[in-house]
Ligand binder design. Structure first.
Ligand SMILES: Cc1cc2nc3c(=O)[nH]c(=O)nc-3n(C[C@H](O)[C@H](O)[C@H](O)COP(=O)(O)O)c2cc1C
Length: 240
């Protein structure tokens, strides 16, 4: 395997340090329609490929979709929203405490900013559909793994998913560095069969998550919401 040398594009990026970028990144739920230049998307992905993976197996593949193809994806997904979602990677939506409260806080927090009441089922449904429409993002990076690796053993290879998480955060930090907004999301991959159809991918390519990417609409109320974190003392124990 050839070692791929990347050109660091220092001149083009704002000078920010890693800690700043980590704190600055937030999930963006409203994008401007302005397209993201292909060379920026390419550089983000090229750099993100340096993320570590178990055994350097590099299980993640990426479909970077924009332009007419993304219009086709969004249109096809829209026709499916009345059907039950059938995602590739099984997940549980059971959120017992203390995890459930954290989830509720972000869900209601975003809706509060939008002025959507808990009783307004129609507006909540519309907002969900807007999520499936990638919150207006002009591009989406879909993270894919191959079923022939993920399901090669007796149990699914969870490390594949761990590796995808590492690369997803790397992509999002690099995007933040470029002044771009992102959101790691399940919403874009609720109908993977449709994605495979529109993108011409075979059944063994499994969609793990999508990262809608674009320039944030900072005026939009959804982007005024910032999620909180538990304090260090609660989450971290130091053993000496
Ligand atoms: C694997 C994963 C899936 C997610 N899926 C969604 C989603 O479908 N819809 C959504 O609004 N946010 C989604 N999020 C975003 C989280 O709600 C968000 O990361 C969390 O509330 C923390 O907020 P922050 O990203 O602004 O720091 C997802 C995040 C992760 C890591």
């Amino acid at each position: 395997m050839e070692l791929v040398q990347i050109q660091l594009y220092e001149k083009e990026v704002q000078k920010v340090n890693v800690s700043e970028v980590v704190v600055k990144r937030q999930s963006i739920r409203a994008f401007k329609p302005d397209p993201v230049p292909q060379d920026i998307l390419k550089k983000i992905l090229e750099t993100a490929l340096h993320a570590p993976s178990a055994g350097n197996s590099q299980p993640c593949e990426y479909a970077v979709v924009s332009g007419a193809k993304l219009v086709a994806v969004k249109a096809a997904v829209l026709t499916a929203t009345s059907q039950m979602p059938k995602i590739d990677i099984p997940i549980s939506m059971n959120y017992p405490e203390p995890w459930g409260s954290r989830y509720a806080i972000i869900m209601h927090g975003v809706q509060e900013k939008l002025g959507i009441s808990r009783e307004d089922k129609q507006k909540r449904a519309d907002w969900n559909i807007w999520g499936m429409q990638l919150w207006g993002a002009p591009a989406c990076i879909y993270i894919i793994i191959d079923k022939n690796f993920y399901n090669a053993g007796e149990v699914p290879n969870s490390l594949n998913i761990f590796d995808c998480g590492l690369v997803a955060q790397t992509i999002m930090l690099l995007a933040t560095e470029q002044g771009l907004g992102t959101i790691p999301a399940i919403m874009p991959v609720l109908y993977p069969e449709i994605l495979r159809q529109v993108l011409g991918l075979p059944a063994n390519k499994l969609f793990v998550a999508g990262i809608p990417i674009g320039y944030p609409d900072w005026e939009h109320p959804a982007n005024k919401f910032r999620s909180a974190r538990e304090p260090l003392e609660k989450m971290v124990k130091f053993y000496l």
